[in-house]
Design a protein. Structure first.
Length: 570
């Protein structure tokens, strides 16, 4: 009960002071400014009127209005009226709202020490205000100016308690006379107030908490059972994965069981989250006056699933559209034949990265969309928003390395520095590009290890397979060779045979270029041949061409350098 009192004292705003003018209502001694500081901006401009709702235990009961045109400045705004009326009504079903739990305890302690009895926090505001079994009766009286005033007749209280005045603006917006509207409001408020007084009685509150506790324990048991089932299914998934590994091949029945088990585990996790939200929502619902908040919390999972579904559909459409556009770009008929293979490489890289960007964007959108609909988040103050902006700035500073990697990765794709399938060399690391990510690049080396390089750390890049490839083949002929022209002629003949060989000429983009004598060193004479091949075909073509030339040199007796020249020089 003490905890409930604390929650109520925190959740219920302060009381308000009376206001002057034709719609005067309230109690002397209460400050309307204090109440307005605790009340949200609830006014809604509709034509020449401003509307505001009046809640009882958090549920809207009536709507009050005020004219915003041709106003003499003496009437309060609709939201001020609603705040003061709520304070007056709350006195009828929560008379001890002035004090919090700490203030009530401190008043009792001080009265015990001083021997007095103030009864500010413990006895309400006089006879009739304390909760009782007898219902409250509302009456309609007319003041001296012809306004209809609703007053409450309370047990053991001689004077009626004024609640509100029905104004002409109220009557105009409802399309009835002030007398008719006063009768309508009297019926609504009388039923609502007596209902609130009934559920706030200690016996009713205790029963409400007992029922809530039983339901919460049932939900907790369901969560425990779901978690146990989830744990058992996870062990089954591990066993199935080991079995698949031992089989060494994909078995249809095993794959179906594994997929089904994975699906059930995901459903169980969603069920656990749903039950947790149910527990929180029912716990909040047990607090009087918090039913609207509890309903919003209970509806959040349904709204979240709907939002996830909408964003997922948009993401799938985005992925399909990006795939279609990139496919059209890759299949452009105006592209040269030698560049078509490169476009296919870029297509794979761009498609993977764009799909990842769409997935990340969808996650951010659905996360922000769900977060903004959490009660209390959307109505956050400017200071909280500024604090969030400062936090984002701090996070950007802390994770600036990731931002650099992301920007560098985008530049790699835009400038086409490399793509999936290229053979590149970065800072001594050489291998085939297997993945171009948002933040890093993965390279598979010759020994089959995979090196992951941050995009921002790439300083010197060498691409061996972009658009086309090439290789400089060097033959070092010994100075003991009697005729260098013989070696050159043999190389030229092997070039012609290589070009005319249907098994190898399809790898070439042009006829190999015999560059002749490249240099003369103490070791021998360097003869150089340039091979220009299709992307990635340089190494196999180079090996085959060297093998052919070496066989021909052996057959014709051409002497290659073997280091004996250097021995003679020493």
């Amino acid at each position: 009960m003490a905890l409930l009192a604390v929650v109520l004292s925190m959740a219920i705003p302060s009381l308000a002071a009376p206001s002057s003018g034709p719609s005067g209502f309230g109690l002397p001694g209460f400050n309307v400014d204090v109440l307005n500081r605790n009340q949200p901006e609830r006014g809604l401009a509709v034509g020449k009127y401003e509307l505001a709702k009046v809640n009882i235990l958090g549920v809207p009961a009536i709507t009050v209005s005020s004219s915003v045109l041709n106003s003499d400045g003496g009437s309060p705004a609709a939201r001020q009226r609603a705040a003061v009326i709520e304070g007056n009504l709350r006195l009828l079903y929560d008379p001890n709202q002035l004090c919090g739990q700490g203030e009530r305890l401190s008043e009792w302690l001080l009265d015990s020490v001083l021997g007095g009895e103030t009864n500010v926090c413990t006895a309400g505001l006089g006879p009739g205000m304390a909760l009782s079994d007898r219902p409250v009766r509302l009456e309609i009286v007319s003041d001296g100016k012809g306004n209809q005033v609703l007053e409450a007749r309370l047990p053991d209280r001689k004077r009626a308690f004024p609640l509100l005045s029905v104004t002409e603006a109220d009557a105009e917006i409802n399309g009835v006379t002030t007398e008719q509207l006063a009768k309508r409001w009297r019926t609504i408020l009388e039923n609502r107030i007596n209902h609130a007084r009934e559920i706030l009685r200690p016996r009713q509150l205790a029963q409400r908490w007992r029922i809530t506790l039983v339901v919460e324990l049932l939900l907790l048991g369901m969560i425990a059972v779901s978690l146990l089932a989830w744990s058992a299914l996870r062990r089954r998934v591990s066993r199935l994965q080991r079995q698949r590994f031992e089989e060494g091949r994909r078995v249809r029945s095993l794959e179906v069981r594994l997929h089904l088990t994975h699906t059930i585990t995901r459903v169980l996790m969603v069920l656990v989250l749903f039950l947790l939200v149910m527990m929180v929502g029912l716990g909040v619902m047990a607090v009087p006056g918090q039913i609207p908040l509890a309903l919003e919390l209970l509806l959040q999972p349904s709204f979240a699933l709907f939002k996830v579904g909408v964003v997922t559909m948009v993401g799938l459409l985005g992925r399909a559209l990006s795939t279609f556009l990139l496919h059209q770009w890759a299949d452009n008929v105006d592209v040269l034949a030698q560049e078509r293979a490169r476009r296919d490489q870029r297509y794979r890289s761009l498609l993977r990265v764009i799909h990842r960007l769409i997935d990340v964007a969808c996650l951010l959108v659905v996360g922000l969309w769900v977060l903004l609909d959490i009660p209390g988040v959307r109505t956050a103050s400017i200071s909280i928003l500024l604090a969030g902006g400062a936090l984002l700035g701090a996070l950007a500073f802390v994770f600036q390395g990731l931002l650099r990697d992301f920007v560098a990765g985008m530049l790699v794709l835009i400038e086409d520095r490399y793509a999936i399938g290229d053979w590149i060399e970065i800072d001594g690391v050489e291998g085939e590009v297997v993945d171009v990510g948002l933040f890093s690049t993965q390279i598979r080396c010759l020994d089959q290890r995979v090196d992951t390089l941050d995009n921002s750390t790439i300083r010197q890049l060498r691409n061996h397979t972009k658009l086309r490839s090439g290789s400089l083949v060097t033959f070092v002929v010994s100075h003991r060779q009697s005729s260098i022209d013989q070696a050159i002629a043999l190389i030229r003949e092997e070039i012609d045979r290589f070009v005319n060989d249907s098994d190898w000429n399809h790898r070439l983009l042009g006829e190999p270029v015999l560059r002749g004598v490249r240099r003369i060193t103490p070791l021998g004479t360097h003869l150089e041949v340039l091979l220009i091949t299709k992307s990635g075909g340089q190494w196999v073509s180079e090996r085959e061409f060297q093998l052919r030339v070496l066989r021909r040199f052996e057959a014709e007796g051409v002497v290659l350098a073997d280091g004996l020249e250097l021995t003679r020089l020493t």
